[in-house]
Design a protein around this ligand. Structure first.
Ligand code: C2E
Ligand code: MG
Ligand code: MG
Ligand code: MG
Length: 283
């Protein structure tokens, strides 16, 4: 009996493995086509100054407009793009597109806010990454201070020495730098001090239940205090409720980002917000 069920498990596992490999192949081919046919789109989610309610920036978030399946979120395809290396050309497209978008808002006479772009490990460690970024800055004409790169702790700590070198080079170009999903990785605090980082983004898992979970409230409070001491701005991700906002305001968190303020928006919708006086997002 045990043997039979063991074999069944094996059969099941094998079937799953095939399904998974098949799925990965399907997505990989789809992504290759998507790049060629221009099926990627960026949505932009406002970042808000908690004290004033003004928009301080926007994060570019990638979506894939698959012709038959519709809009697909990054969680469905970024991991596969990372596994097969396609994240490098995709990431390059994202960077260029985000910079071109800023320039087109600027040409339209809109209040310009910096745009943040997520960078995967493979992109950051690519030997041509810095050159590529520099080329995109020159070719699009964007003011480097209007571009922020978001990197996770694990990406930075993987090889902290060479990360520090790369970050210094990006900093010298005038680009802003942020640590994304802060608190979920293993940052060495001594490196954190050495990295030329402007912003810490507190991961949404800590923000989610700051009203009810004392530990999370303590962690968020501590990160805000640390950011203040290290002269880094602190932004809370995933702000969904008025109670979370009042907690963050009480703790003097600099910025917030989340569904409470705005969902990620199409470029035109973000442009409408940029047209509002002081680009205020919160009342
Ligand atoms: P992330 O960089 O931490 O981005 C924040 C994610 O949280 C986004 O999900 C955003 O839509 C979502 N979010 C924002 N506010 C709230 C909220 O109040 N509640 C909840 N529950 N969620 C909120 P999204 O767009 O699905 O992106 C997921 C992840 O995919 C991103 O996490 C980032 O790691 C990755 N990603 C997105 N775009 C790119 C890209 O262009 N390149 C790379 N390498 N990764 C990307
Ligand atoms: Mg991010
Ligand atoms: Mg994040
Ligand atoms: Mg994340």
């Amino acid at each position: 009996h045990a043997k039979a069920s063991g074999r069944n498990n094996y059969q099941f596992f094998k079937a799953n493995m095939h399904a998974e490999a098949g799925h990965r192949m399907f997505v990989e081919n789809g992504l290759r086509r998507a790049l060629k046919r221009g099926e990627f789109v960026l949505h932009y989610q406002p970042k808000v100054d908690i004290a004033s309610g003004a928009m301080t920036g926007a994060e570019a978030l990638l979506r894939w407009h698959e012709p038959t399946l519709g809009l697909i979120g990054p969680a469905q395809f970024i991991p596969i793009a990372e596994q097969c290396g396609l994240i490098v050309p995709i990431g390059r497209w994202v960077l260029r597109q985000a910079c071109e978008q800023v320039m087109s808002w600027q040409r339209a006479g809109l209040a310009v806010v910096p745009v943040s772009v997520n960078i995967s490990a493979l992109e950051f460690r690519h030997p041509l990454f810095i050159d590529e970024v520099s080329k995109i800055l020159t070719e699009t004409g964007i003011d480097p201070s209007h571009l922020e790169l978001e990197l996770t702790e694990s990406v930075l700590m993987h090889d902290a020495e060479s990360s520090a070198t790369a970050l210094e080079a990006l900093k010298r170009m005038g680009i802003q730098l942020a640590i994304d999903d802060f608190g979920t990785g293993y940052s060495s605090l001594s490196y954190l001090r050495r990295f030329p980082i402007n912003t810490l983004k507190i991961d949404q898992s800590f923000v989610r239940d700051i009203e009810t979970d004392v530990d999370n409230a303590t962690i968020v409070g501590a990160v805000i205090g640390m950011g203040r001491n290290l002269k880094q701005r602190v932004i809370a991700e995933g702000v969904e409720t008025a109670l979370q906002l009042s907690f963050l305001r009480r703790e003097h968190c600099d910025e917030g980002q989340g569904f409470l303020f705005s969902y990620p928006l199409l470029p035109d919708a973000l442009a409408r917000l940029l047209k509002m006086p002081h680009a205020a997002v919160v009342a």
